[in-house]
Design a protein around this ligand. Sequence first.
Ligand code: CA
Length: 220
Amino acid sequence: MRLLLVEDDTLLGDGIRSGLEQEGYAVDWVESAESAELAMETGQYDLMILDLGLPGMPGLTLLKRLREGENDLPVLILTARDAVQDRIEGLDSGADDYLSKPFDLEELAARIRALLRRRSGRANPVIRHGNLTLDPAAHEVTLDDRPVDISPREFAILQMLLENRGKVMSRSRLEEGLYSWNAEVESNTVEVHIHHLRRKLGAELIRTIRGVGYIIDKPR
Ligand code: CA
């Protein structure tokens, strides 16, 4: 999952980015609404965390422009504690959720999980697929009720495939969900992770669509 963080406070931005990277997200961090628009021209994101008080274009303007352009990216806004009016205007302008500063990183992570869950049409926080379960909050995978030892990147790939069951995910889309700008991408890592996942979870779960990507079929 790839998140776009728009925050001009460097200390806070750095803290949010490293916290969310530890949760297994790829995080691209920009410090202005203008840079956020540029980033969205080239990158595909699963969610945006948007500070409203920004230098240059205000966060609220960015949000309105996004929704006017029919972009339905989930947006969580960050506002000052006493700015009730900002929160109301933010939600009414198309934000999906908000947090007021200062906030707890754990709460931010939980709200992000909830927004991503709703986006993929789930209410149940645990993803079930046959005899397999994946719990995004606990970072746990089980097979036949037994925990499976799985690396953070394998977990991220498996979650993306499960959230998009029935859709082919290209290698580049999976790579985008794994790495942010500042991380180096090794050329064959997705293949290597898929290989490990098949060894741990069975060869039939993830199908290769030659020349296109990978898919987990919808349960019958
Ligand atoms: Ca700010």
